[in-house]
Design a binder for this molecule. Structure first.
Ligand SMILES: [Zn+2]
Length: 137
């Protein structure tokens, strides 16, 4: 059984480079790394231009990850700061559902409070009516 390992760090793209790339040496290596990155959420190798920077894109990705996913990503950590387009789309859906569910919960709680208040009011009214009837007798 073979195990696949996710390489992080300088050797990240070694397996994806041809012999020609390897011959070009370290500088080319670094340039290649800058262009291709691992998606932080699914590990897929993605082109930087096609992915989104978690902290620099205008999609508020860091906020959405913090809201929806059980992982902590900070600018100072040593892992990728990019996510792929697929994960970006899924994160949007997840974020929408999270917000929707929070709003739904608020609505249900408000409804319940109103119903309980209405119940209390009607009980009070009944008591007053009963008292009035008692005094008329
Ligand atoms: Zn991804």
């Amino acid at each position: 059984m073979s195990t696949s390992t996710l390489h992080c760090g300088p050797n990240i793209l070694e397996s994806y480079m041809s012999d020609e790339d390897m011959i070009m040496g370290k500088e080319e290596n670094i340039e290649c790394e800058i262009i291709m990155v691992h998606c932080r959420l699914c590990t897929a190798i993605t082109h930087k231009q096609e992915g989104f920077n978690i902290f620099e894109s205008d999609k508020n990705i860091a906020d959405k990850i913090a809201r929806c996913l059980p992982i902590l990503i900070i600018p100072q950590d040593k892992f990728s700061k990019y996510i792929c387009e697929t994960c970006s789309d899924q994160l949007e859906l997840c974020n929408d559902l999270t917000i929707k569910s929070v709003e739904a919960e608020k609505l249900f709680k408000k409804q319940l409070e109103e119903e309980e208040l209405a119940k209390q009011m009607s009980t009070k009214k009944e008591k007053i009516i009963n008292m009035n009837q008692e005094t008329k007798k």
